[in-house]
Design a protein around this ligand. Structure first.
Ligand SMILES: Cc1ncc(COP(=O)(O)O)c(C=O)c1O
Length: 386
């Protein structure tokens, strides 16, 4: 194998990012300092939300959100199986029950009709995941939530910068969570954010991030003993992000729109080329959505091909393409199977799982690398066409 390895995702760090981190390392605060609030303010501003809470990672963001939503033992929360396990795990953390609704076979996002079918008197919340960066059908989901008195926690790990009917993801549901893992659209190394317009939820999230402790005298349950006094009022965690990470988040956020433009440019080129290849289905986009294009997922039209996904996936890896699969349906995992989930509950997601391959997409890709990816995929698929 002599061809250059091209990964499926990669961060873009420049000198400004490095300077910002270095400056914070030289400052008084490595954590619990001013960079965190600055990052939160700028992020809230970017997504048009009233409040933002920066947190250790996207998983902690989901955990904080299910906690703040008051999800508790016995409650049911509806989500998609086509997501990273962390989405559903955040329901289990609260001793509640994840219920999987099927996806729309065209958009791959949770299907509002399937959500309706899964609602019971125990349902408390919906966690739509904006898979690949394309927003879910939020009008329909909001209507279902309003009719059934459900909380909406959007998992926007893929969708920072995406819009639904020109509204930014992060400003629609009761809470939206984000991840800043290096393959995501912007990074802080590890990191996450929750946005909300509710002061009540914001206060709960802030407390949860720091052990359930408050230092705000106006909130004290008991009388203060003195200026050192603080109170743990709930059982929280240490889910804090550091100032070092927040400093990186600020400079990354400044570049986010540029990153998104480049992602969209690459996607346009991919779409043009891949739609002409027999045996490939390109990702369908709804007119009212503008995806953040975190990942680009090709679907194999298996009845037109001689090989299955595994064979084609391995052939692409042989060509030094860092292809991946997003995702194994969550309830296929042994842990979920041990909880009693059975295969067959979401047929569209299961069918898609057998047919999808994530191909390289990141803003720092050069035009030559994009053409290389197209060339290697084209020649591989050609070999398998019937
Ligand atoms: C859809 C989705 N939700 C949640 C997460 C969890 O984010 P993190 O890795 O920052 O904990 C991820 C990240 O992989 C994700 O893709």
């Amino acid at each position: 194998m002599t061809e250059e390895f091209i990964p499926y995702g990669r961060q873009w760090i420049d000198d400004k990012d490095i300077e910002a981190v270095t400056e914070t390392l030289k400052s008084d605060y490595l954590t619990t300092g001013p960079k965190i609030q600055e990052f939160e303010d700028e992020f809230a501003d970017y997504v048009d939300a009233k409040y933002a809470v920066a947190i250790a990672n996207g998983t902690a963001a989901l955990h904080a959100a299910t906690y703040a939503a008051g999800i508790k033992e016995g409650d049911e929360v509806i989500t998609t199986p086509l997501t990273f396990a962390a989405t559903a795990n955040s329901v289990l953390y609260q001793d509640a029950i994840p219920v999987f609704a099927d996806v729309n076979p065209k958009t791959y996002n949770i299907d509002p009709e399937s959500i309706k079918e899964k609602i019971t008197e125990k349902t408390k919340a919906i966690i739509p995941v904006h898979y690949t960066g394309q927003p879910c059908e939020m009008d329909e989901i909001k209507e279902i939530a309003a009719e059934n008195d459900l909380i909406i926690i959007e998992d926007g790990a893929h969708a920072v910068g995406a819009t639904y009917k020109k509204q930014k993801i992060g400003s629609i549901g009761d809470m939206t969570t984000f991840s800043f893992h290096p393959v995501k659209n912007m990074t802080t190394g590890e990191g996450g954010m929750i946005t909300t317009d509710s002061k009540k939820l914001y206060d709960k999230l802030m407390k949860f991030r720091t052990h359930g402790i408050t230092k705000d005298e106006s909130e004290y349950i008991n009388k203060s003993d003195g200026s050192w006094y603080h109170e743990q009022q709930e059982l929280g965690y240490n889910y804090r992000i550091t100032d070092i990470q927040a400093a990186l988040g600020i400079t990354q956020l400044e570049k986010l729109d540029k990153f998104l433009d480049r992602r969209r440019e690459i996607v346009n080129r991919y779409n043009q080329k891949f739609k002409e290849i027999d045996g490939l289905i390109i990702p369908e986009q709804l007119k009212k959505t503008n995806s953040a294009w975190h990942i680009y997922v090709l679907q194999l039209e298996l009845d037109k091909l001689t090989g299955d996904r595994k064979e084609i996936f391995e052939a692409l890896r042989e060509k030094n393409l860092g292809v991946n699969v997003h995702y194994i349906p969550v309830y296929f995992h042994p842990y979920y199977q041990s909880l009693g989930y059975e295969k067959g509950i979401c047929p569209n997601a299961e069918k898609l799982y057998k047919r999808i391959i994530t191909i390289p997409l990141y803003p720092k890709m050069t035009d030559q690398q994009v053409d290389e990816v197209i060339k290697r995929i084209k020649s591989t698929i050609n070999k398998y066409q019937k």
